[in-house]
Design a protein around this ligand. Sequence first.
Ligand SMILES: Nc1ncnc2c1ncn2[C@@H]1O[C@H](COP(=O)(O)OP(=O)(O)OP(=O)(O)O)[C@@H](O)[C@H]1O
Ligand SMILES: [Mg+2]
Length: 412
Amino acid sequence: MNQPLSFVVLSTGLDTFKEIRAALATDARARLLAGGDDAEQVSAEIKNLHPSAVVITLSAANSEQALKMIEKLSIESPQIAIISAARNASPDLILRSMRAGAREFLRLPVTSDEFKTVLDSTAEFCAGQKIAPKKKGRMIAVFSSKGGCGTSFIATNIAAALNAPTMLVDLNLQAGDLPLFLGVEPKYSIADMVENRVRMDDALLTSYVTPHSSRLSLLAAPREADSADDIKPEHVFEALERVRESYDYVVLDPQHTFDSITLAALDQADDIVLVLTLDIPAIRSAQRALEIFDRLGYSRKKVRIVVNRWSKQIDLDLQQVERFLKEKVAGYVTSDYQMAVTSINLGQPLVLSEPSSKITVEIKRIVAAIIGQSAQTVEEQPQRRKIWSGLFKRNSNGAQQNLDMQTTLSKI
Ligand SMILES: Nc1ncnc2c1ncn2[C@@H]1O[C@H](COP(=O)(O)OP(=O)(O)OP(=O)(O)O)[C@@H](O)[C@H]1O
Ligand SMILES: [Mg+2]
C-alpha cells in the first residue's frame, strides 16, 4: 500500500496555492495539511504538523527569503522532503534551491507527468527515512454476549480510570451510545476514519476522534446506521492498529454477538473483560463465551471475568459462579443503580465524578490488575491469531460478508 504523504505549502499568492493544491488533490497519496504565503506562519505550521514534505514556491520577489527558509528547514528537519517550485525559473535559481537543500524542483504551471515524477521520488525519500519503532498501545475489549449487563458502563469507566492517553472505541456500529456516557457530541466517527484510511496520519486521526479530556478520547460509532454497512472487519482491524500507534490504551466496547467485526476486535485485543450479571441467562451466556474463546484459541490469561451489579442480596454467591464457569472472578462491581444512572445521564464517568464510591474503587482495582500484567504474557500463540480472517466469505465483488453467529461458530 502507498504510504500517505502530508504536505505544507509556502506559496507566492493565492493562484499558486490553488494550483499546487489542485495538483496534490489528483494523487491519492498526497494530503495537504496547511499552506499560505506568509513564511513565518508556514514555518510555524511545519513545526506543529510534522509534514512529510514541504513545497516552497520561489519568485523574483521572495527568492532570497525562500532560499533561506529551504536552508534552515533542511538543517532543522532533514527528514522532511523539500520541493522548491517556480514559474519561469532560471537554471541558476534551480541550482541555488537544490544547493540550499531542496530535493526536487517543480516547474509551474504543474504538468501531470512531472508532478507524478516529483511525488514518486518524494515518496521514495520519505519511505527511506528512519522510522521510529511503532508504538503499540494495549487493547482492552470489554465484552458480554448478553446485552444490558453494563458493558458500556464498565468500558467507559475503565477507559476513564486509565492514567495515560486512552481511546475508547464504540464498536456497536449500528447503535453506539458511548457519546452519552461521556457527554460529548462527535462530529466524526469510525466510518470517516475507514473511508479515509489510505491517507491516515496523526493529524487526520486526531480530527476524527472526539476528545473528552486531555487523556481520554472517543472514536464514535457512525451516527447513520447505514454507513456502518460499508465497514468490514479488516477495516476495523486496520483502524484499531492505527489507533494503538497513537494511544497507550485502546478500550473497545463491541457488540454482544460473535459477528465478524466483534471477532476481529476480540482477537486483536490483549485483554478481554468478560462482563456478566448474577442471573442465570447472563451466567450461561458467559459460559458459552468462554467456550467460544477456548475454541478461538484465546489464552485464559487474556480473559478477566467481571461481575457487574453485584449485591449481597443476590442468592448466587461468587464461589458458585466460579465453580460453574471453572474460572476465577477477577472483579465484582457493586450494584448502585442511582449512581450508575446519574453518571450516565450527566455524561460523566463515575470514576471521575465519584472518586471514592465503591464502584470507582473496584474499577480502579480491576484496571490495576490488568495493567499490572504485561501484555506479552496474555498474548495468544502466533498461529492462533487472525482466526477471524478465515471466517469471512468473499462475494463475487470481492466484498466481505459478515456471517451470522451460527455459521461463524460452526467454523471455529
Ligand atoms: N454497577 C451498576 N449498578 C447499577 N446499575 C448499573 C450498573 N452498571 C450498569 N448499570 C445500569 O445498567 C444499564 C445498562 O448499562 P449499559 O448500557 O452499560 O449496558 P450494556 O451491556 O452496554 O447494554 P447494551 O445492551 O445497551 O449495550 C444502565 O441503565 C446502567 O445505568
Ligand atoms: Mg452497550
